[in-house]
Design a binder for this molecule. Structure first.
Ligand code: DX5
Ligand code: ZN
Length: 214
């Protein structure tokens, strides 16, 4: 399993030290949750923070935009050096052109679905995607309970990917821990995002190592 720790659960007064823990772990990516208070009922952090994180992260950045009109921010995301730009299907009217612009900017493109958005809505664009991010909680907050129906969505998405010949990876975000991680591995997920499970753990390195081993 690939692992993308989310700094939303990190200690923002000691962010450098927390990122250093991830640098020294087996994590594959570093997940950054941007919220605008409009698409989701919370505000997290923006580009100045991502720039500072990018300067010290040894892991490629997996930027998750929970914002309206994500297409307006592609250039700003690219300027942080991010490897992957995730944007929400529910927040964007023109998926094709947004994905194309993300690719033109040199990033991998991922579409994110909220828990109640059907996987099948991606049928006509799946071939163009590098990754699909399935939310296993409502976006906006860390530390929520994993929605079990996500496991069915992972299996359905795997079928859609296989049928279409897409190379998209399946990433899951929300409530990932020692109990739900193994279930996701069994269902066929490729990448898990983990905030609380990693950063609230007494040993983040071990928490990442456990998820990696799945
Ligand atoms: C929620 C964010 C998640 C969050 C996950 O809107 O997208 O990335 O950090 O937090 P945990 O792992 O604590 O559920
Ligand atoms: Zn996220």
């Amino acid at each position: 399993m690939l692992v993308s720790p989310s700094i939303l659960a990190a200690d923002f007064c000691n962010l450098g030290a927390d990122i250093e823990k991830i640098n020294n772990s087996e994590a594959d990516l570093l997940h950054l949750d941007v919220m605008d208070g409009i698409f989701v009922p919370n505000i997290s952090f923006g580009f100045p923070v991502i720039q500072s994180v990018a300067a010290v992260s040894k892991k490629p950045l997996d930027v998750h935009l929970m914002i309206v009109e994500p297409e307006k921010w592609i250039g700003k995301v690219r300027d942080t050096g991010a490897a992957i730009m995730n944007f929400h299907q529910e927040a964007c009217s023109h998926l094709y052109s947004t994905v194309a612009q993300i690719h033109d900017a040199g990033m991998k493109a991922a579409i994110t679905l909220c828990p109640a958005t059907p996987v099948d809505t991606l049928r006509d664009i799946i071939a163009d995607l590098d990754m699909v991010l399935l939310m296993s909680v409502e976006p906006g907050f860390g530390g929520q309970k994993f929605i079990m129906h996500t496991l069915d969505k992972v299996r359905e998405l795997r079928e859609l990917i296989n049928e279409s010949g897409s190379k998209a990876l399946i990433e899951i975000d929300g409530g990932v821990n020692a109990e739900t991680g193994p279930m996701l591995a069994e269902a066929g997920a490729d990448i898990v995002v983990a905030g609380s499970y990693v950063f609230k753990s007494p040993d983040p390195n071990e928490a990442v190592g456990f998820l990696k081993s799945l």
